[in-house]
Design a protein around this ligand. Structure first.
Ligand code: HEM
Ligand SMILES: *[C@@H]1O[C@H](CO)[C@@H](O)[C@H](O)[C@H]1NC(C)=O
Ligand SMILES: *[C@@H]1O[C@H](CO)[C@@H](O)[C@H](O)[C@H]1NC(C)=O
Ligand SMILES: *[C@@H]1O[C@H](CO)[C@@H](O)[C@H](O)[C@H]1NC(C)=O
Ligand SMILES: *[C@@H]1O[C@H](CO)[C@@H](O)[C@H](O)[C@H]1NC(C)=O
Ligand SMILES: *[C@@H]1O[C@H](CO)[C@@H](O)[C@H](O)[C@H]1NC(C)=O
Length: 600
């Protein structure tokens, strides 16, 4: 009996000692006695941290090219590769300078060779088949097969870590509202130095909202876009029932209405599909579009109109070529052509503009036929976060000599029809968009969205920015000043975050120092383009099985895909051809002043 009491007393003493130790004597916050070792992110170079017992962990370094306790020791060939590999900034400099060099390369086999290198290097950074999601930080069948989740590149921060981001940074992250007001809210409109225009901005929003359709009603980290890629679901709807309601069921076409002699999307009153409009807009004024939210902005309904016209135009071409084909085959084949056109425009014009590369990018799926490449894709939550490019939006919209404020622009259903597609394209192509990186450039109307992104990232337990830098083969920043290049900003961030290893993903992407003359900094490019290229080339139409004329209704359809361009998308579907581009006209070019509207 006595020995039991002594035993208990000793036990109690040990516990108290342990407690004093783990609280450092004065810390009052409750901390787990054993910190999960994976909270330190000990495994480098893509090594996988696996916890054993309470305090032990193991790094799985299989096929990382490194070995050792934390996967830090390079194997022989890794060492050679590391020595020879140029840094992303050097590569970027070469790819955006030396005009004379690229003038030569663009016209030789080196163009194809470099395009293949760019593609394989970038795409190899995206796990395929997909690995984690927001529920599972280890690989398992449910995470693989349940595609209602977005994928995760890095697993969530373990729930039992001492700080919200692991072990670094403060116990309490800065208030999202404060972060946005202090660092992201626009003071004075700062145009993008690459000359990006609103035609680009609305294309970005329109194009990405086919695969970014967060479905938070299910919980965090879910999507409504179950195809996880370029499926043109923003044109045809994300499910079969909606598609059938949007189709005319004649000649493969989509339903439409004619206003002032021009083709527009049909009304909600006629098609009965649900769109999200405020109740003040009656159903006979709501346009029915594949994507539910595209009534939000005239820029989005303008692109919806262009793709609707293009779909029906291609149907006519196919019908002439194949008079025996039924509605179904005409529709289905046209959809593949529309997907192909989209991918070509995105790579050869949209990404070309964004990258500012002098290498002429090429959409040719055959480039990958001899390499190890998986024709599948799963959209990542990090890609979604990263793509919140709201700084692109201007202070107001300049259309045909009229300045339109947001209050008259958002959910205004009469602007599109009033001006017509031509004048909107002309206006959006000539108006400057904002620079995305560098901070202080988000218009007041969308600051709430930036706050929501930050809140969401915390609930999703996204790992620190520097861990993502490492995941994408970039050096983690050592200090706030190295990260921002601005003393004042560095000081303020240091006060709020405490440690550069405790910076959050989205704010960091917005505040990283921009490259000179560029729309954003190194990380946005190095993290964004792998997701983008993997999504574009991972499409089934790019596989050797699909990529042939017969898939697209024969040589005629294949030619439509292979010659698609933004200008054709507009000018083959309008009465006259406006200035159409992803960048504002250069000073001195004939389009610099608003040109007279030439009838074509
Ligand atoms: C005036 C223009 C815009 C407005 C009013 C607007 C508004 C919004 C709103 C209200 C959300 C939903 C936020 C939430 O549910 O928490 C959102 C999401 C988003 N926005 Fe914008 N936005 C605009 C322009 C843009 C542009 C130009 C881009 C460029 C790519 C963009 C990219 C995104 C993305 C990627 C999402 C996440 C979508 C999802 O996960 O479902 N937005 N925006
Ligand atoms: C591995 O990482 C842990 C935690 O970061 C560290 O304590 C340990 O010293 C590292 N081991 C080696 C061999 O570097
Ligand atoms: C090479 O391609 C880039 C990007 O399209 C372009 O800016 C450059 O003028 C091209 N040079 C030639 C000779 O085609
Ligand atoms: C996917 O996971 C969610 C959440 O656990 C669940 O509600 C849904 O039924 C799952 N879907 C499938 C197809 O298993
Ligand atoms: C449209 O929304 C209403 C109300 O949420 C719902 O009852 C109806 O089933 C929806 N219709 C379709 C076709 O999805
Ligand atoms: C919609 O735009 C038109 C044309 O700019 C304008 O006259 C009208 O007042 C706007 N409607 C709303 C509800 O803002």
């Amino acid at each position: 009996m006595k020995s039991v009491k002594t035993f208990l007393l000793i036990g109690l003493w040990v516990l108290v000692q342990e407690c004093v130790k783990c609280h450092g004597g004065e810390e009052t916050s409750v901390q787990p006695k054993h910190v999960n070792p994976c909270c330190y992110y000990p495994c480098q170079h893509w090594g996988i941290c696996v916890r054993h017992g309470l305090v032990r962990y193991e790094c799985d370094c299989t096929r990382t090219g490194y070995y050792g306790e934390n996967c830090t020791i390079p194997e022989f060939w890794t060492r050679i590769y590391e020595l020879l590999k140029p840094s992303p900034d050097v590569m970027h400099y070469i790819l955006t300078h030396f005009h004379w060099l690229w003038d030569i390369i663009n016209q030789t086999f080196l163009r194809e060779w470099l395009m293949r290198v760019v593609l394989t290097v970038r795409a190899s950074l995206i796990p395929s088949p997909p690995t984690y999601n927001s529920k599972y930080d280890y690989m398992n069948w449910e995470a693989y097969s349940n595609n209602t989740y977005y994928m995760r590149i890095l697993p969530p921060v373990p729930v039992d870590c001492p700080t919200p981001l692991g072990t670094k940074g403060k116990m309490q992250l800065p208030d999202p509202k404060l972060l946005v007001e202090k660092f992201l809210l626009r003071r004075k409109f700062r145009p993008d130095p690459q000359g990006t225009n609103l035609m680009f901005a609305f294309f970005a929003q329109h194009f990405t909202h086919q695969f970014f359709k967060t479905h938070n009603r299910l919980g965090l980290g879910f999507t409504k876009a179950l195809n996880h890629g370029v499926d043109a679901g923003h044109i045809y709807g994300d499910n079969l029932a909606r598609q059938l309601m949007l189709r005319l069921h004649t000649d493969g076409k989509l339903k439409y209405q004619i206003i002032k002699g021009e083709m527009y999307p049909p009304t909600v009153a006629e098609t009965k599909v649900n769109m999200s409009y405020p109740p003040s807009v009656p159903p006979d004024q709501q346009m029915a579009i594949g994507q539910e939210v595209f009534g939000l902005l005239p820029g989005l309904s303008m692109y919806a109109t262009l793709w609707l016209r293009e779909h029906n135009r291609v149907c006519d071409i196919l019908k002439t070529e194949h008079p025996t084909w039924d509605d179904e085959q005409l529709f289905q084949t046209t959809r593949l052509i529309i997907i192909g056109e989209t991918i070509r425009i995105v790579i050869e014009e949209y990404v070309q503009h964004l990258s500012a590369y002098l290498l002429k990018l090429k959409f040719d799926p055959a480039l990958l036929f001899n390499s190890r490449f998986q024709y599948q894709n799963r959209i990542a939550v990090e890609f979604n976060q990263l793509y919140h490019w709201h700084p692109l939006m201007p202070d107001s919209f300049l259309i045909d000599g009229t300045e339109i404020p947001y209050s008259h622009f958002i959910y205004n259903t009469s602007i599109l029809v009033h001006y017509g597609v031509e004048k909107l394209v002309q206006a959006f192509s000539t108006q400057q968009a904002g620079q995305i990186g560098g901070g202080h450039n988000i218009h007041r109307v969308v600051t709430k969205v930036a706050e929501a992104v930050i809140k969401e990232s915390r609930e999703l337990r996204l790992q620190p920015f520097n861990e993502y830098r490492k995941r994408f083969n970039l050096k983690p920043y050592k200090s706030f000043i190295e990260f921002t290049g601005d003393k004042e900003l560095a000081k303020e961030l240091e006060e709020l975050y405490g440690d550069v290893d405790g910076m959050e993903f989205y704010p960091a992407l917005m505040l990283e120092k921009t490259r000179s003359g560029a729309i954003f900094g190194e990380s946005m490019v190095e993290m964004g383009s792998p997701f983008s290229l993997k999504g574009l080339f991972g499409n089934p139409i790019c596989s050797p099985e699909y990529w042939k004329p017969s898939t697209f209704g024969g040589q005629i359809g294949f030619d439509v895909v292979n010659s698609a361009s933004l200008e054709k998308l507009v000018c083959l579907n309008t009465k006259w051809c406006p200035y159409v581009s992803f960048q504002v006209p250069l000073p001195g070019s004939p389009h610099h002043q608003q040109p007279p509207h030439a009838e074509l």
